[in-house]
Design a protein around this ligand. Structure first.
Ligand code: ME8
Length: 649
């Protein structure tokens, strides 16, 4: 640790599973972690901020096979390729100190040693795995853990699985883990403790299957070829291998372990609050000080996913609205511990109200007035008026304490609310003091100078505290104020700014967005981004004999006339030439797919030996053949050269 530092602070994000490009929901946790890491640096801590990618497992192996590349090529592209994870974090201004890939050699070797250690101490043993496996989640479940027979995490189908496997004695640590959860602040928010204890510990913790033999893309168990280490063991230990645990690649364990906090999404709290501490207990290692389970972001009330065509692509959003605005929106709008609903309207209105109106206007109005009334810099002669000034001055002077209190509890939304209370108060202070009126009389100049100074000093403190959220904006505002002090010590109290401050104007920090226009653009992008979802294949029918098939008479027919059936939205009435002398009448429920006039003259296929039946009071003698999948329907149409009455065989 450096002499001047307040202490060490180690913070992590979940390492991302690169099975698909990241969406804005994924960025949420990393942006929050970045804000926390920057806050701690601002306070004067020596920070280690780790993020990375979790690259093993069957899902990756399957995806690579589908794409016709090796698993390593597949993950390399998503992690390091253009528009990949590393590019995204660069774009989002993520200030991680380290990036781990679980395919890094040092990590793989360390995981092998860790697995062997737990095998040697008796906490990993060999047995047979019988149970259920959720492939997308890479999770094993017992029958009793399933919800309605499906994966309790994602609700998808699970498969039967049976194989020789290694097990970790999770059951042995049940009491110690329960004590950790119930009697310490290890897991937050507190509501997640009850969820873990009631859903997983009380029903009885079973030993955990920690190796697989049905695929190969994982860390091999070096003393038993054919087995690969369960992906969650591999993944969880990244938090320590990245610091040098069981490897020589790094050497920061003594400085940074145990971690101060792991930020994780709510669905992986179970892994971090039950399995992770149990494994650390098994190896007699210090436990992380805290796990914080944040909520999920939905989009327009639905789960985020690329296939839904939501504009949740962080690249698109950042290009349209700017990185800082996006970072700000994520942390200003949603309480970190709860779920939130992302909408484009909310994003635009937050930018317009908080950033364009409140912050942006405060900065541009104040600097414009300072330049207009005083030119290069404010004069040293300034006149206070406690009655007018004290409320704003006190609010600014004590802002850092209120902000810090919220930040220490990861309450980003509340910390920002404190800053924006000051920004609103400062805007009101402009109206109360009406600098434009003061400027009319030369005698008021010292008072006018003080009013503008108070505003510029308020802006400096707010911009300094906004740094963890909007690093580029904070820097830009400081630049306009002539780069005054903005370290932690300078952000408490009032009056540190040089009275003769030389403020420089610049373009609008956040231009106002035309809501209607921008929503239309996003709508268009959303439609383009939509990856069509395949309709599921229909259920197969039971087998029939050839005899049964031969009994179906399929005849080529020509449409002589076609009209809608009155009072029916679905039915069309066809008059058909089936090759016989008499025209045949068939009613078909396809009105939503075809206009009657476009079918006249077409050559179709009908089942002609179906018993006639009455529909809407009219006789239908047979059925027209069509192809159906999902919502789509196409009549079977033949080349018009095929004569009516031909039989399909
Ligand atoms: O879980 N809103 O990786 P992952 C908020 N590899 N957070 C979301 C989200 C949303 N809509 N969608 C995803 C893994 N996340 C493991 C972690 S750590 C040892 C291993 C969050 O790529 C999710 O909650 O599936 C998780 O915290 C993170 O993105 C990574 O998810």
């Amino acid at each position: 640790m450096c002499n001047k530092c307040k202490g060490n602070f180690y913070i992590t994000t979940p390492i991302y599973y690169p099975s698909a490009k990241l969406h804005i929901g994924h960025s949420y946790c990393t942006v929050a972690t970045d804000a926390m890491a920057r806050f701690k640096r601002l306070q004067g801590y020596n920070v280690m901020f780790l993020t990375g990618t979790d690259e093993h497992g069957q899902k990756i192996e399957d995806k690579a096979k589908e794409a016709g590349v090796t698993p390593k090529q597949y993950v390399d592209n998503i992690v390091e390729g253009p528009g990949g994870v590393l590019d995204l974090w660069k774009l989002m201004n993520i200030s991680n100190d380290r990036f781990i890939r679980t395919t890094d050699d040092y990590h793989v070797e360390a995981i092998q040693k860790i697995f062997k250690k737990m095998y040697d101490n008796g906490d990993i043993y060999k047995g047979t795995y019988k149970g259920k496996y959720c492939k997308p989640c890479e999770s094993f479940w017992t029958e009793s853990q399933l919800i309605d027979g499906k994966c309790p995490d994602c609700g998808r189908e699970v498969q039967d699985a049976e194989e020789e496997a290694y097990f970790f004695r999770l059951s042995k640590y049940a009491d110690r883990v329960r004590d950790l959860l119930e009697n310490t602040d290890y897991l937050e928010p507190r509501s997640r403790v009850n969820e873990m204890v009631n859903n997983f510990i009380k029903p009885g913790l079973e030993d955990l299957c920690v190796s697989r033999t049905s695929f190969t893309w994982g860390v091999p168990v070096d003393f038993d070829p054919g087995h690969v280490v369960y992906v969650w063991i591999d993944a969880l230990f990244n938090y320590m291998t990245a610091l040098g645990f069981e490897n020589q690649a790094h050497n920061d364990l003594a400085e940074f372990w145990p971690a101060d906090v792991h930020f994780v999404g709510k669905e992986i709290v179970r892994f971090h609050s039950i399995i992770w501490p149990a494994m650390l207990m098994s190896l007699d290692l210090p436990l992380p000080k805290k796990v914080f389970g944040h909520g999920w972001l939905n989009f327009n009330g639905e789960k985020m996913s690329k296939s839904r065509g939501n504009v949740v692509d962080p690249y698109v959003l950042a290009e349209h609205f700017g990185v800082d605005a996006l970072r700000f929106f994520l942390l200003r709008t949603f309480p970190f511990g709860s779920d939130g609903n992302f909408t484009n309207e909310m994003l635009i209105s937050t930018i317009n109200v908080d950033l364009a109106n409140d912050l942006g206007n405060l900065v541009s109005r104040t600097i414009a007035m300072a330049q207009k009334y005083f030119g290069e810099h404010l004069p040293a002669e300034q006149l206070s008026n406690p009655e007018m000034d004290d409320e704003l001055v006190n609010l600014v002077a004590t802002l850092r304490d209120r902000y810090e209190e919220q930040m220490e509890h990861f309450a980003f939304q509340n910390a920002l609310a404190e800053i924006f209370k000051v920004i609103s108060r400062a805007n009101k202070y402009i109206d109360e003091n009406a600098p434009w009126a003061l400027a009319k009389d030369e005698a008021n100049k010292p008072r006018l100078a003080k009013v503008l100074y108070n505003l510029l000093e308020s802006i400096r403190v707010c911009a300094g505290l906004l740094l963890p959220f909007m690093p580029a904006t904070s820097e830009e505002i400081m630049k306009r104020l002539g780069n005054p002090a903005s370290d932690w010590d300078s952000l408490i109290g009032f009056g540190l700014l040089n009275p003769e401050v030389a403020a420089v104007a610049g373009p609008a920090l956040f231009p106002r967005i035309d809501m209607e226009k921008e929503l239309a653009v996003l709508e268009e992008l959303s439609a383009q981004a939509k990856e069509p979802e395949e309709d599921p294949l229909p259920e197969p029918l039971p087998e029939i004999t050839f005899d049964a098939f031969e009994k179906v008479e399929m005849t080529v027919v020509k449409v002589l006339a076609c009209e809608a059936v009155k009072k029916s939205k679905k039915l069309l009435k066809f008059t058909l030439n089936d090759g016989s002398k008499e025209p045949r009448q068939i009613l078909s429920g396809i009105a939503e797919f075809y206009k009657p006039e476009e079918l006249v003259g077409k050559t179709l296929v009908a089942v002609t030996n179906l018993a006639p039946r009455k529909m809407m009071g009219q006789i239908s003698s047979g059925m027209l053949l069509s192809a159906e999948r999902g919502e789509k329907l196409n009549l079977i149409m033949l080349d018009d050269s095929v004569p009516a009455g031909s039989r399909l065989v």
